[in-house]
Design a protein. Structure first.
Length: 298
């Protein structure tokens, strides 16, 4: 069967809008999730709901994985590789996974005649909905080329960064930077606020100066100052990425005291948040220690 059907496993905050875009772009799209609520939501968006990962492997040519962790990616891929008969041709792991485990999984796939590339994303739920994700791809050039049309539906910037695993390494290191500048920006904006400077005015200046970042330009104004805290990316998932990045730095012998400090600080603050908290809520325990919220007046 080579009818080009695209399967997507993991219909969470990211996978659901991605599957919707693929279906809208005209791809025959089948999806599976362990949660029946997620599957029902997909079905009402016109996506064909599959009964299992094995069902996806049997009926789809290309299978996108958008799952929380390497443990789950390995388990789901294993379920697909274990079926009798033909398995899909190519897996695209778009989750944020551990690069060394991606390399190992690609070898397991190859033994079964399945190709694997890693294509994690940046841009969050907002750009997952608009199809404007940045997609960083690791894999053999011909495998990447074979799915460039599919990736172009999901992302406005698709960059092949190297062989299998390189996408996942890039993603983790990017998110280490993202966590680090969010922690630092929170501290700076709280200090500005204590100094008597309006946080919005402070951020306006930073955003036309050298201190700007995705945190100052987007996260603080949109999710923190508004009190919305609804970016759709959890503090726990970002902690996972930071730990993956630290693992990469340590394995390569790169001195990383700043990354280590950011990782330890993130883990401490996150342990003081509710399970499932949005990553932009990481400022809350700092505010509690300070005794005042960024959004309070006077
Ligand atoms: P999520 O927790 O919202 O969704 C994960 C989905 O996977 C859930 O619907 C869950 O039911 C499903 N799932 C878990 N185990 C499963 C299994 N064994 N079989 C089938 N389905 C299973 O997570 P998300 O925010 O959509 O993130 C997905 C991936 O994308 C993660 O690796 C994350 O780090 C990465 N990511 C997220 C964002 C973001 O802004 N949310 C941005 C970039 C990258």
């Amino acid at each position: 069967m080579t009818d080009g059907t695209v399967g997507l496993i993991g219909l969470g905050n990211m996978g659901q809008p991605m599957a919707t875009l693929l279906a809208r772009a005209g791809y025959r799209t089948r999806a599976f999730d362990a949660s029946s609520a997620a599957l029902e939501a997909a079905a009402s968006a016109g996506i064909d709901a599959a009964s299992s990962a094995a069902d996806i492997a049997r009926t789809c040519e290309t299978v996108i994985l958008m799952l929380p962790s390497s443990d789950i990616v390995d388990a789901v891929a294993g379920e697909m590789l274990d079926i009798d008969g033909r398995v899909a041709t190519l897996f695209i792991d778009m989750s944020s996974s551990v690069p060394a485990r991606t390399v190992a999984l690609a070898e397991r796939c190859a033994a079964r005649g399945v190709r694997l590339i890693d294509a994690p994303v940046s841009g969050g739920v907002v750009r997952a909905r608009s199809g404007e994700l940045t997609i960083m791809v690791g894999g053999a050039e011909e495998d990447v080329q074979s799915v460039e049309d599919v990736l172009a539906v999901l992302g406005s910037r698709v960059v092949r960064v190297g062989e299998v695993g390189a996408g996942h390494a890039t993603k983790a290191l990017n998110n280490l930077l993202s966590a680090t500048h969010l922690l630092a920006t929170n501290e700076a904006v709280l200090a500005a606020r204590e100094f008597g400077i309006d946080p919005a005015v402070f951020l306006e200046v930073v955003n036309s100066s050298s201190g700007r970042s995705g945190s100052s330009e987007l996260k603080l104004p949109r999710y923190v100052l508004t009190g919305a805290f609804d970016s759709g990316f959890s503090a726990a998932l970002l902690e996972k990425d930071v730990n993956i990045a630290l693992g990469v730095e340590h394995a390569l012998g790169v001195p990383a005291p700043v990354s280590e400090a950011a990782g330890a600080r993130w883990a401490d603050l996150r342990s003081r948040l509710d399970e499932g908290a949005d990553h932009t809520e990481i400022i809350r325990p700092v505010e509690r220690d300070l005794g005042r919220e960024l959004r309070s007046h006077g």
